[in-house]
Each structure stands twice: as C-alpha cells, then as structure tokens.
Design a protein around this ligand. Structure first.
Ligand code: SAM
Length: 282
C-alpha cells in the first residue's frame, strides 16, 4: 500500500460512513487496512485507496462486500470450552443464588456481536444442561445482536452443517438439534431457539441497553481502537445489573476506566463482575 495514502483511507472511512452508517474510523487502522486490501485484491484494484474509492462510487454493491469483509463472522459452538465451563459452574450458580435471595426469577443475557448464532445457542444449551427442568421456573432470555444482517439471518435460521457441531458430543447433538430432512444439516431445537431473540445492532452507534445479568462480548473488541474499547467497557458496565457479569474474549483485556469498576473474578477466562458497592481491584 502506498505510504502517503492516508488521505485516501480517511476519505474511504468518511464515504463508508455516509453510504452505510458504519463508523469505520473507530476500528483499528491496521485491521481496517488489511480488510480493505483484501477486497481490493479480490476485485483486482492496485494499491491506491483513491482508486478503490472511485470504484466504490461507481459500484455501490461493493460497499456491502466491503462491510462483509470488515465484519469477520468467524465463530463456533463452545468456542473456548473452558470459558463455557466457567460460565456453567461458576457464573450461573453464583448469579442464581443471589437471585434466590432477592426472590427474582428473571435472567437476562446479552450476546453482543453474536455472528451466525453459535455463541447465543451455546449459551442456551449450557442453560439447559445446568438447570434442566429448573429452567422453566426462570424467565430466561438471551438477547443476541450483531451489526451484520446476513449473519443474523443465518443465526435466525439456526441451521448448521456437521462440521460446525464438532465440539458437541453426539448425545448432546441429538438432544439439542434435529437433522434437516434429506440433508446433512442440523437445526437447533426450539427449546434452545426460543430462548434467543436476535436484533441488528451496531455496538458503536446503536442504542444503549440495560438490565442484563450477563453480557458476552467476545472476539470483536480486538478490532476496535483503544478509545472505543474503553467506551464500550463503560457501556457494558451501565448495561449490567449490580452483581452482573461481563465475559470477553480470551485474547482480550479490559483496560481504561472500567477496569477499576469491575472485579475480575476469573482472569484466565476473562470474566468480570459488576459490584458497585465494592468496585474491587482487577
Ligand atoms: C469474530 S465474530 C465473533 C462472534 C462471537 N462473539 C464469537 O466470539 O464467536 C465478530 C462479530 O462482530 C461483529 N461486529 C463487527 N463490528 C461490529 C459492530 N460495530 N457492532 C456489532 N457487531 C459487530 C461481526 O459482524 C461479527 O459477527
């Protein structure tokens, strides 16, 4: 890439925002450049962002392909299995014992940047595994959001190929999936699906949510600049009930002002607790 092409990059960011409403200036520059370079290579454009910009203006569909390239959807069921073990054996019991004390039956979970649904459905499966019929005594819901409409459509369909289920034992596959007639695909069963509500939402510019007991936001913050990460950690703090948990990706680290507001309760699995009476040291 031409070194003095920064102006071209800035122009691109401005245009992407105007045409799509997605504020790319909040993503890390290096990440953004890598994704744009890949698109440029795919359509055979040389090295100039200005040239790519001109192409985009003549081919508006390319804005969509570029956004697809920026929002990488890589995900899997039980991604980082140890994290879901900690969710099952530490977070759920602690949270529910506090709920029993407060006589509360509502359990609200947010899977932020949920991609094609494998994360929120994993959360649903873990809830069933941990609570069994006791889940019926709770008003449990999983709010699953992503910026990418195409990923959300796949998530809502809830149909996956056998490869996607490789981390799930055979008995659990039969318990939580139906074989789609005449195919080698599997559909998530309604008992899990009905726990999840999907919604398109941009973490950068979207509305602020509140009253969640647990927030999963994994493997998306790494693409964002530091300042935005700090803002989002504070947004998650505000979105949690007192005593609620934030679970981030295993390669992500909490930094900024929020670090002093949360208590890190599991360093390895990046699990943080909001306790406004005792902010703790993370
Ligand atoms: C690598 S996937 C992570 C999926 C899942 N959380 C996991 O850990 O397996 C990143 C997701 O972040 C979404 N994403 C990227 N930018 C976003 C934004 N500004 N707001 C909401 N979601 C975003 C992408 O569409 C993609 O589905």
């Amino acid at each position: 890439m031409v070194l003095n092409d920064e102006m071209g990059l800035n122009l691109l960011k401005k245009k992407i925002y105007e045409r799509t409403g997605v504020d790319c200036s909040k993503y890390k520059d290096n990440y953004l450049k890598r994704r744009i370079d890949l698109r440029m290579k795919a359509i055979g454009i040389g090295t100039s962002y200005n040239e790519y910009y001109r192409f985009l203006e003549k081919n508006h569909d390319e804005y969509k392909s570029l956004l697809d390239g920026i929002t990488i959807n890589v995900t899997e069921f039980f991604r980082d299995a140890d994290t879901f073990d900690a969710f099952k054996n530490m977070v759920i019991p602690q949270l529910l014992s506090e709920k029993v004390k407060r006589n509360s039956k509502i359990l609200r979970i947010w899977s932020a940047a949920c991609s094609i649904g494998e994360e929120p459905y994993t959360i649903g499966i873990v809830l069933h595994e941990k609570l069994g019929p006791g889940l019926n005594n709770l008003l449990a819901s999983i709010h699953a959001t992503d910026i990418d409409g195409k990923a959300l459509s796949a998530a809502k369909a809830g149909i996956y190929d056998a490869e996607a289920l490789k981390k799930i034992s055979k008995p659990k596959v039969s318990k939580y999936f139906d074989v789609v007639d005449g195919s080698d695909k599997y559909r998530i069963k309604d008992k899990v699906k009905n726990l999840v509500r999907f919604q398109q939402h941009d973490l950068i510019s979207g509305k602020k949510f509140s009253h969640f007991d647990i927030i999963f936001c994994r493997n998306v913050l790494i693409y964002f600049g530091r300042e935005l990460q700090h803002t989002l950690f504070l947004d998650f703090y505000d979105a949690l009930n007192d005593g609620g948990y934030l679970i981030i990706g295993k390669t992500e680290t909490m930094t900024g002002e929020a670090k002093d507001k949360f208590t890190c309760v599991n360093t390895r699995e990046r699990i943080y607790k909001k306790d406004s009476k005792n902010p703790g040291i993370s």
